[in-house]
Design a protein around this ligand. Structure first.
Ligand SMILES: [Zn+2]
Ligand SMILES: [Zn+2]
Length: 308
């Protein structure tokens, strides 16, 4: 028993180490795609087009040029914010706030807990993590790649070498959003070159430039299509106020945290509209929305009774 357990733990450890190593390569891959796209769109085609050809052609080039750079800044800003923002960890000796009016009593300590039922059976699904030896706040999960509990864990993302959780989920969604817009823009702006590549007409440019343009087109098309799938999935998750993990686990038709689409959206993006499209929260939102700290989540009135 012990032996097989040890072997399994070793395999999981190797798997997690491999995932971490792969993450660094994937960051390089993202930066390579950005580099190839920049070379093809800005340096080869639309940069030179600013100063040659008809006025309409120059104006089109200017629009592509400005949009490309704007989306690139937003994309990289969101991307590095997801990478460098802690997804949220459980504060040392965390205990849930008890509401005595609702008849909540003191919780078991870790030593008293027998591991079979939630520590707080009244409503909030508080469990005990044996690996971290601490209580888990509602919606918290243990990530085996990071080796720790992560608040409102969504998934461990190898593309950002980080967990996506309570404190960086919005930034991750913005990264998907801007990555989709940027890859779509690059695909569309290289489409005329791609068509020319297969037509019999004269194709301007050196062979190296043509290959790079072709590569940029194929890579961006592939990324745009796969990101679109992810984006649609996450939009439906935000609308229902669930995480990827919860969507797999949830069996109850009436989800405890579903507050209606508008409030579900605000729980992730904040209430300040000026901050919806940038990877940050306003000071006021952080003050007035405890949900942004990742420890407490408002639930629907009378949801407790329906869930249990
Ligand atoms: Zn844990
Ligand atoms: Zn993780």
């Amino acid at each position: 028993m012990y032996r097989s357990g040890a072997v399994m733990a070793w395999n999981v450890f190797k798997f997690c180490t491999a995932l971490r190593a792969m993450g660094s390569i994937l960051i390089l891959l993202v930066l390579c795609v950005v580099g190839v796209s920049y070379y093809a769109v800005v340096l080869c085609i639309y940069g030179p087009a600013l100063f040659e050809g008809s006025l309409v052609y120059s104006l089109t080039a200017l629009v592509v040029f400005i949009l490309f750079h704007f989306l690139l800044v937003m994309l990289l800003w969101s991307y590095f914010t997801v990478i460098f923002t802690d997804p949220g960890s459980v504060p040392p000796n965390w205990r849930p706030v008890l509401d005595e009016e609702r008849g909540e009593t003191a919780l078991l300590t870790g030593a008293e807990y027998n591991g079979t039922v939630p520590v707080d059976p009244t409503n909030r699904r508080i469990w005990f993590c044996w690996k971290c030896n601490q209580l888990k706040p509602p919606r918290c999960h243990h990530c085996s790649v990071c080796g720790r509990c992560v608040l409102k864990m969504d998934h461990h993302c190898v593309w950002v070498v980080n967990c996506v959780g309570a404190l960086n989920y919005k930034y991750f969604l913005l990264f998907l959003f801007y990555a989709f817009l940027e890859t779509s823009l690059v695909t569309l702006s290289l489409l005329p070159q791609f068509i020319a590549f297969f037509s019999d007409g004269e194709i301007p440019g050196a062979p190296g430039m043509l290959v790079t343009t072709f590569l940029a087109f194929v890579l961006n098309l592939a990324f745009a299509l796969s990101i679109l799938g992810f984006l649609i999935m996450h939009i439906s998750l935000v609308a229902a106020n669930t995480t990827t993990i919860e969507a797999y686990e949830t069996i109850t038709p009436k989800w405890l945290y579903d507050l209606g689409q508008k409030r579900n959206f605000e729980q992730v993006f904040g209430m300040d509209k000026r901050y919806w499209f940038i990877p940050a929260y306003s000071e006021e939102d952080i003050r007035r929305m405890p949900v942004l700290q990742g420890l407490e989540y408002p639930s629907r009135p009378n949801a407790d009774a329906q869930e249990l």
